[in-house]
Design a protein around this ligand. Structure first.
Ligand code: PMP
Length: 391
């Protein structure tokens, strides 16, 4: 029977990783994969995590099962960082651990569907897995334009989507450091989005995968907190895989804001049932390490320092790119106003291909670049190559 299966297109980014690995040009540049890199091109384990892991090794006395909700110490310790000091929303907000932010998005969509959501409004472009998850769960995706050609967010489009969304619909938004564009809503735009949600029947689903990589932990949570303060219900998918550098350890959480604290046990019982059928329980190690960091003020301070260094480096790269002004037909100035790992360059597929074959520069076919792949040793070469293929 299995020979009835149709071949599926390989994940384009994973294919790019293979091509990059097989390229023996010494000055090759990888702007494809979505991981942070230092000036030396490394993706190191955070020092705070290394220390937490050493402690775990010493102190962990059992690996017996937890439950579908995972490590609640981790889930609760993250809350003040994500939602602010008074973020418990009068007991209306509760979470559970998930396998990465991907698991959290998946669970959010599946739970929304169980609650009757048949259609999810989503800005385009978005993280490609959003559409794949919606399709796989069996919920319709409705796209609105995320960005304007000048590199700003299309606030009118999202406001219209929220205002016009009916009952049985949800709107999925990136909390910060939008993937793939780096284009976030301004605080004023978030104020309007929160107001629109307050008057809308739509369920907000907020995806926060890069908190702290844009302007700071509190700054990057502005929109999330503003929306939560305005609405009765919401689902929040959170990833620690970037801001704690945990990628392969799959550290995430799904939080739910209920209209009343008394509703939470029923919602939670549905989330547990869905998680149980999908992965039973999340992997423990990464969440436990993050818990150790967040429960120790010294390790928390060290983690925040490391996060500051990451953010400052990405800002520097963005400033340098923007400082170059024009590269061929491409205006790099907007990149300084964008946030996080990614920005999208208006290049054609053909130009992406020439950058790879003629200049050993690897980026997604969409024109998305990971700015953390650039550093003072390769940034000028990148700008020159971009000028050469687009000029
Ligand atoms: N949401 C967005 C917008 C993302 O970009 C990503 C990661 N690429 C995720 C969720 C999922 O992250 P994780 O690796 O924790 O599954």
């Amino acid at each position: 029977m299995l020979d009835r299966l149709e071949p599926q297109a390989p994940d384009a980014l994973l294919a790019l990783i293979k091509l990059y690995a097989g390229d023996d040009r010494a000055d090759k540049i990888d702007l494809g994969v979505g991981v942070y890199r230092t000036d030396d091109g490394e993706t190191p384990v955070f020092a705070a995590i290394k220390q937490a892991e050493a402690r775990l090794l010493e102190e962990q006395d059992s690996k017996s099962y937890l439950g579908p909700e995972g490590d609640m110490g981790f889930v609760n310790a993250l809350m003040p960082h994500a939602f602010g000091r008074d973020g418990a929303m009068g007991g209306r907000l509760e979470g559970m651990q998930t396998p990465g932010g991907t698991g959290a998005v998946r669970l959010a969509v599946a739970a929304a569907q169980r609650a009757g959501v048949a259609r999810v409004h989503l800005g385009a472009p978005s993280w490609p897995n959003h559409a794949q998850i919606l399709a796989d769960v069996g919920v319709e995706a409705a796209n609105f334009d995320h960005a304007n050609a000048d590199g700003t967010a299309n606030a009118e489009a999202v406001l219209t989507a929220i205002r016009e969304a009916g009952a049985n619909e949800a709107v999925l938004l990136h909390g910060c450091c939008h993937n793939p564009t780096g284009i976030d809503y301004t605080p004023e735009e978030w104020d309007a989005i929160a107001e629109a949600f307050a008057d809308s029947a739509a369920l907000p689903i907020l995806d926060l995968a890069y908190q702290g990589l844009g302007h700071g932990m509190d700054e990057d949570a502005y929109g999330l907190r503003r929306v939560l303060a305005a609405v009765p219900e919401a689902l929040i998918a959170y990833s620690c895989d970037k801001n704690f550098g945990m990628y392969r350890d799959r550290v995430g959480a799904l939080y739910v804001l209920a209209s009343e604290a008394g509703q939470l046990p029923v919602i939670q019982s549905n989330l547990n049932a869905l998680a149980r059928a999908a992965w039973s329980m999340p992997p423990d190690h990464g969440g436990a390490a993050v818990r150790v960091v967040l429960r120790d003020p010294d390790l928390t301070a060290l983690w925040l320092e490391e996060l500051d260094t990451m953010r400052a480096r990405m800002r520097q790269v963005r400033e340098r790119l923007a400082g170059a002004g024009q590269a061929g037909s491409i205006d790099l100035a907007p990149l300084a106003r964008q946030n996080g790992l990614f920005s999208m360059l208006p290049v054609t597929k053909d130009q992406v291909e020439r950058l790879r074959t003629e200049h050993a520069i690897y980026m997604a076919g969409s024109g998305r670049i990971n700015v953390a792949g650039l550093h003072k040793g390769n940034i000028d070469r990148f700008v020159e190559a971009l000028s050469a293929v687009t000029g």
